[in-house]
Design a protein around this ligand. Sequence first.
Ligand code: PLP
Length: 399
Amino acid sequence: MSENSGLIYLDNNATTKVDKKVVEAMIPYFSNEYGNPSSIYELAHTAHNALSHSREIIKEFFGAKNELEIIFTSCGTESANAAIRGVTEANPNKRHIITTKVEHPCVLNTVKEFEEKGYRVDYLNVDENGELLVDELKNLVNDNTALVAIMAANNETGAIYPYEEAAEITKSINPDTKVFVDAVQAAGKIKLDVKNTKVDLMGISGHKFHAPKGVGAMYVKKGTIIKPYMTGGHQERALRGGTENVPYIVGMARAAELAMSALEFENKIVKELRDMLEEGILKNVKNAKLNSRTKNRVPNTTNIGFEYIEGELILLHLDKLGICASSGSACTSGSLEPSHVLRAMKTPFTSLHGSIRFSLSRFTTKEEIDYVVKNMPIVIKKLAKISPFQKELTEIFSE
Ligand code: PLP
């Protein structure tokens, strides 16, 4: 269980541990270099320079052309809100939005608000492997389309979506339609190269790649007009008022640097461990089914359904063993809602409620994976004994 404080943390798509090197980079900007980057004296210059340097690094992280295209925000949710509201409100005559059925709630709930105001919203489908049916865009983009919002990688399944192709299709039909990509789960896991795409806006969040919670960024392609959804001072080219959170931005930039420098090497190792976990569970647990069977997945994520077993119970038992993972269900107002992503994939009801997402990081070790693979059959067998589906489970386990 190594340096990970006795816990086996396999919920890195929810949040990540802050890298010690990131903390080190941030510390001077709390009590020593605490100036407001917009002030004019020497103390402020240091903060201003740290901000400029961080912007340069985050520009590289997005693969953008110009650091003026980078706006610092507080999180992925803010980036999505700023993009969706910013584009639609700058183009009030266009009242059509296209997104997917499997976006994060920060996109789905924001476009829902526009739907309630009378906008038409179309939702792209995914297939049962979790792949996005991007060709559906060809029949949907029209003169009235203000925005297409597509995620780069899905938080629940890890499936990578062809957002570059989506942007190509969109622009070939209506060059004025803006394309926003929620790259929160892609940043730090796959290389971003936004300048070589037709994407107009992209959002990321620091805490998904070993920076702290509460800091994010947005790419806004030069020439893209958006209405600032947060008005205030002139900060961030007047697109996002509010004094910049210098220590956290410095931390996010350091985390981005670390992610970029080791991307290929670390992801090879993370992928090997993920595959080991996936194969181990699928081999040793008879009612386990892989939910996202696409090869095109971020290297750290797997989503596995355990037929006829309740996901929340699996999580509680794993927690007792010091293993953190996440279920496809979200506990909303006391009722267990199956995941909208798995439902969109038409995951059979037999495993819909018993799906578990395991998401690894560069801090995951082989010993940890071995421990999970060893314990998973024990947990599932224990839960199978108390499942109301005795007949079905007896059949599966006696095969
Ligand atoms: N988009 C995706 C795909 C996510 O997975 C998340 C968080 O889980 C978000 C957006 C929201 O990010 P934040 O927590 O920084 O608001």
